[in-house]
Design a protein. Structure first.
Length: 375
């Protein structure tokens, strides 16, 4: 089998959105229906890459080609990180790694990731890392490539009343016993009162203050990413295009909490459709949750509670709110009765430079970190 691994160059007129969309439909969409699969097609691929990949990661996109057929893909997302607010690191967060099932068992996925690692080293990155899901082949590949397991990466969901429980039961196959348990403990809509005003964030006016909050976590957790204003703005604007491309309920809400005339909290809420074997329903993907350090626990709880109430009212078909980057604010998540998504994920790291090796020297395990997740 003559398969060639090549960098996919970012050129507007030739970038293979359709081939990528078709490959990820065949792999990610079909392969993740047990847990809930997001949509993949040419339009989604175009928004995904232009909004969340190209602004920071053009140099780490690799394809496996059999002639002109794309049979494999691996994408590295560039992240600037701070270790203990002392050491700045440039890392590649590995995501979107897939191989056409007709080409499995040929070492293609391993070759793709290894090529990405080699390129990251060549251009001066400090580390390559990923959030690997238990039971998926990616974790085995990373282990074989000598990635170190440094911690767990939790994905938490807020079930939206009995409606959400029924979707999980009917579409995902949640057992009757667990459904009753979930309805009793995790499906309530929180009533915590919000202090201040929750409003839509203004682009670009609110971005500097929001990033001041998000970047303050470099002082609060051992390992945190650094946000840049231009990339964050592109992310927001790109996510808003989902509604133009796919219609309601797709789209993005960006919320801030204003208290005494100052932005004190930040969160994004992206609405997408997730598909299971037995049906589809919209999900609210929460991200970029951050609070000013001066806020009390009650004020933090109230802000997120208000967001959940908004989603329940404005998007009544949303069955769960999901958040994957919460380790720095676990108390809020616990207080509002989120539960885990019944999957396990692990933070796995391959240090390239001595700077990155400081992570493993200082921490055998990292419980509290603030890094992005890419499936």
């Amino acid at each position: 089998m003559d398969v060639e691994i090549k960098k996919i160059e970012v050129k507007d007129e030739t970038f293979p959105y359709k081939k990528i969309g078709d490959l990820l439909y065949k792999t990610y969409f079909q392969g993740y229906k047990d847990a809930g699969a997001l949509q993949w097609n040419e339009k989604y691929a175009e928004i995904y890459f232009n909004s969340w990949v190209f602004p920071k990661s053009k140099e780490l996109i690799f394809g496996a080609w059999d002639g002109d057929q794309l049979v494999g893909l691996s994408v590295g997302h560039k992240e600037i990180m701070m270790l203990d607010n002392e050491i700045e690191l440039t890392g590649s967060n590995v995501g979107l790694t897939a191989v056409d099932p007709d080409y499995w068992q040929n070492g293609i996925a391993t070759s793709l990731v290894k090529t990405l690692m080699d390129e990251a080293k060549e251009i001066g990155y400090d580390a390559v890392f990923s959030m690997a899901q238990k039971g998926k082949n990616g974790r085995k590949i990373l282990k074989n490539l000598e990635f170190e397991k440094l911690g767990k990466h939790k994905h938490m969901i807020k079930i939206m009343e009995k409606y959400g429980v029924n979707i999980l039961k009917d579409y995902r196959g949640l057992s009757s016993i667990l459904a009753k348990f979930a309805e009793k403990l995790y499906s309530n809509i929180p009533e915590d009162e919000v202090e201040g005003t929750v409003r839509e964030g203004k682009i670009p006016e609110d971005i500097p203050r929001s990033l001041e909050i998000l970047n303050s976590y470099v002082d609060r957790v051992p390992l945190a990413r650094k946000y840049k204003a231009d990339i964050y703005e592109t992310d927001l604007l790109g996510s808003k295009k989902l509604n133009d491309a796919f219609g309601d309920p797709w789209g993005l809400n960006w919320f801030v909490l204003e208290l005494d005339g100052k932005v004190m909290a930040n969160i994004t809420c992206r609405i997408e459709i997730t598909t299971f074997e037995n049906g589809s329903a919209p999900v609210a993907l929460l991200g970029n949750l951050g609070y000013d350090e001066s806020l009390s626990q009650e004020q933090k709880n109230g802000f997120l509670a208000e967001i959940i109430r908004y989603i329940r009212k404005e998007y009544p078909k949303v069955f769960t709110c999901q958040i994957t980057s919460l380790h720095h604010e676990e108390k809020v998540i616990k207080n509002l009765d989120f539960t885990d998504d019944q999957e396990k994920y692990f933070f796995m790291l391959y240090p390239i430079t001595d700077k990155a090796k400081e992570i493993t020297k200082r921490y055998n395990k990292i419980k509290d970190f603030h890094l992005a997740y890419y499936r």
